[in-house]
Design a protein around this ligand. Structure first.
Ligand code: FAD
Length: 433
């Protein structure tokens, strides 16, 4: 019997889900290859929505997509587990044992054969080895972490559910004013406004959010300074403290210390300063990695040292003709995923993986919760077009619509968007438990 090639995709995020779905349709359903998706979680939540999960604006019960049922409907298989190693000699990946909430082993450590491997395990916040960050900060790297932030925020706000006023303010520091930090800060103000409606004796004035950035402006990676200025104005109008040119050197139980020794008290610190790929990538499979642990790939997404292993999305360092590297974005993860699927299909036919990834910056939009959306579109032509308000909000949400359509097809994807819209009208605007 002819060997059916095994295509294994590790990481079912923005990129991994799209490549698994495309390969499931194109080769899995037709029996041309066995496509297997591996993820440490059991369901997919699109990462750019995690700040909404953290503030309760998004209910994972409604928005999470179960990997197993999606796999069954789209021609691929699913295995739950965290990849810990790659055995390139044996052409196998190694998965850690899987435990339940009570620490009981559900599945032992396992090995999965591959002929083609796609690594799409994303990134985590970079703590730059600053003392106290890992121990005392909250991160927005996974659904579990976003849910933990929500729990801690609600517990803090719970004190204000008593029908009496408290004098002290809730001090929250957000370190890193990229899109994630900026959106998270605005989303917290929206959460407070929502909680007022649920009987919490809390007003936006009781919440003291401080957004801290080492660069001279917020959103330093966004090309147009006008966008930073416009967003700064909106944040200040919401009562958010914005501190630029401020470098954090230490975090402890009381809060933050800056490079000039200033102490910033904080009840909770959310850390969102840049990314790195998970540390263990430095040690597995002998693949080439860069200083932030990303796996170095060629422009066709093949890793430099093994043509049957690909890396895509945030965990990949993909060079561009001008010497730069592709930025870690939802849009690039998606485009790399769809292109890599085409390259693997070519290799299955015995041809060379000829498609090369050229990053086209379609623009960046920042959504300040329900307050404002602003950004730059089509940055690849003459610096792009500045947009804000309803048009910007429509384009911002269309990235998620596109992701849903890619995963479910046009009809089901559109129906799902409608159902989620209706769900938001029927259910409370905030997840409270
Ligand atoms: C709050 C927030 C807002 C953002 N907003 C935007 C935005 O507006 N626009 C934009 O373009 N980008 C945005 N981003 C960035 C965007 O989310 C990422 O660039 C994108 O998700 C990267 O996709 P990926 O497939 O590489 O990784 P991810 O989407 O992070 O997926 C990685 C997957 O791998 C799994 N995994 C991790 N480790 C293992 C392991 N060892 N074994 C098995 N599975 C593993 C994880 O469970 C996860 O499912 C935002 C990010 C955050 C945190």
């Amino acid at each position: 019997m002819q060997h059916q090639p095994n295509i294994v995709i590790v990481g079912g995020g923005a990129g991994g889900m799209e490549i698994a779905t495309k390969l499931g349709h194109k080769v899995g359903r037709k029996g041309k290859a066995r496509v297997t998706l591996v993820d440490c979680a059991d369901s997919h939540v699109w990462k750019p929505l995690l700040h909404e999960v953290a503030t309760g604006a998004l209910d994972v019960g409604i928005d999470a997509l179960d990997y197993r049922s999606h796999a069954a409907a789209h021609g691929y298989h699913f295995q739950q587990g965290a990849m810990t190693d790659i055995d390139r000699q044996a052409r196998q990946i190694v998965l850690a044992p899987l435990f339940n909430d009570k620490g009981m082993e559900l599945l032992p450590a396992r090995r999965i054969d591959f002929d083609y491997l796609v690594i799409a395990i994303g990134s985590i916040a970079n703590d730059f080895h600053i003392p106290g960050v890992r121990e005392h900060c909250e991160f927005l790297d996974s659904t579990a972490e976003a849910l933990a932030i929500r729990k801690r925020l609600l517990n803090k706000f719970m004190r204000y559910a008593r029908q009496e006023k408290l004098d002290e303010r809730i001090k929250i520091a957000v370190v890193g004013a990229g899109a994630t930090g900026v959106e998270m800060s605005a989303e917290m103000h929206h959460a407070v406004a929502q909680l007022q409606g649920f009987g919490y004796q809390i007003t936006p004035e009781m919440l003291e959010v401080t957004l801290i950035e080492a660069d001279s402006r917020i959103l330093p990676k966004v090309e147009k300074p006008q966008i930073s200025e416009s967003v700064t104005r909106e944040l200040l109008a919401l009562g958010i403290n914005v501190m630029t040119d401020t470098r954090i050197t230490k975090v402890d139980t009381k809060g933050l210390t800056t490079s000039d020794g200033t102490e910033i008290p904080a009840d909770m610190v959310i850390w969102s300063t840049g990314i790195k790929a998970p540390d263990f990538l430095q040690q597995i499979g002998g693949l080439e990695t860069n200083r932030i642990n990303q796996i170095v790939v060629q422009q066709n997404m093949q890793t430099t040292l093994d043509p049957h292993i690909f890396a895509i999305g945030d965990c990949a360092a993909c060079p561009q003709p001008d010497g730069s590297f592709v930025p870690p974005r939802g849009q690039s993860a998606r485009q790399m995923a769809l292109m890599t699927a085409d390259n693997i299909i070519l290799m299955l036919k015995g041809q060379a993986p000829k498609h090369e990834y050229l990053y086209k910056d379609l623009g960046s939009l920042v959504n300040l919760s329900r307050f404002h959306t602003v950004g730059n579109l089509m940055s690849f032509i003459g610096g792009g077009v500045l947009v804000e308000g309803k048009i910007a909000r429509f384009v911002y949400t269309s990235l998620y619509r596109r992701h849903l359509i890619e995963l479910h097809g046009v009809v089901k994807g559109t129906l799902l968007m409608l159902a989620k819209g209706i769900g938001r009208i029927i259910h409370p605007h905030m997840k409270l438990h």
